[in-house]
Design a protein around this ligand. Structure first.
Ligand SMILES: O=C(O)CCC(=O)C(=O)O
Length: 263
């Protein structure tokens, strides 16, 4: 990944160095509580419109879809909102959140796309795990100039399914993955005792390389665990030909320009 020599006012040189060496860094209070609450309200507004929404936007928890669990409210049955930045003005604007764009410019250079927007809802009691994986195993961008912001919209810890990462695992390329859809993950996942849990208060952000191995466990609590996940990539990336998924061409050009044959 092409790291700028200078860092912005938002991140320190030490954080840029940590990203290069370990594949992640954390910023507490990245969103203010007002911003977190605005995200929470917009989630409710979107889910209230379901099913009168583009089909890709709302995915229910599998146990709810299969009728094995009945959530207290529709919102508490949602696993994921997908590509909200394409379909919703609030989340489109969030793609231009100055701190995110500034950090993207440091990590990626001047030509930046929002590659993918998601809201990961992991509802209380039955919100299922997301198995160990590397995000660029889904995207297969070459070069791998792609990273994610995972911003907690509730207080998160291991019991309600916070992020777990394997520091430094972003340097060895994309490992073999198998499975389908949300169960697509590392064929040889690491043991849990090697994982670093990243508990965050609401508003805190994990910024992580697109090839960093990570997973989130089940939400076994009665607490919510919502998170915004926005991936940014350099517009010089090409979708690789060996991708098992449809090529991701990105959602929004955030800064700079596009290139022929690239995302
Ligand atoms: O927030 C989560 O539960 C998992 C997010 C994640 O790793 C992903 O969707 O790639």
């Amino acid at each position: 990944m092409a790291l700028a020599i200078r860092s912005s006012g938002v991140i320190s040189d030490r954080q840029v160095e940590q990203f290069r060496e370990l594949g992640y860094f954390i910023i507490e209070e990245f969103f203010t509580m007002d911003e977190v609450e605005a995200v929470q309200r917009e989630i409710t507004r979107i889910v209230d419109q379901h099913p009168n929404l583009p089909g890709e936007m709302v995915q229910m928890e599998p146990v709810v879809r299969r009728g094995e669990r009945v959530p207290e409210t529709k919102e508490l049955g949602v696993r994921k909102l997908f590509r909200m930045a394409v379909h919703n003005d609030f989340f489109r604007q969030l793609a231009f959140y100055p701190k995110m764009v500034e950090i993207a410019a440091v990590l990626l250079g001047p030509d930046i796309k929002l590659l993918q927007s998601m809201l990961l809802m992991k509802p209380p009691h039955f919100g299922g795990s997301k198995i160990w994986h590397q995000d660029n195993a889904y995207f297969r961008l070459v070069p791998n100039d792609v990273f994610g912001f995972w911003v907690a919209c509730d207080d998160t810890d291991p019991a309600n399914g916070c992020m777990h990462i394997l520091p430094g695992s972003h340097t060895a390329g994309v490992a073999e993955h198998s499975g389908m859809n949300d169960d697509y993950g590392l064929s040889a996942p690491p043991s849990l005792d090697r994982a670093l849990a990243c508990p965050l208060n609401a508003g805190g952000a994990l910024i992580f390389h697109g090839e960093l191995c990570h997973f989130t466990p089940d939400n076994t609590t009665d607490r919510r665990r919502r998170a915004v996940q926005y991936h940014y990539a350099s517009t010089r990336c090409r979708p690789a030909e060996n991708s098992p998924f449809p090529a991701r061409m990105g959602e929004i050009l955030v800064a700079g320009r596009e290139y022929e044959g690239c995302i």
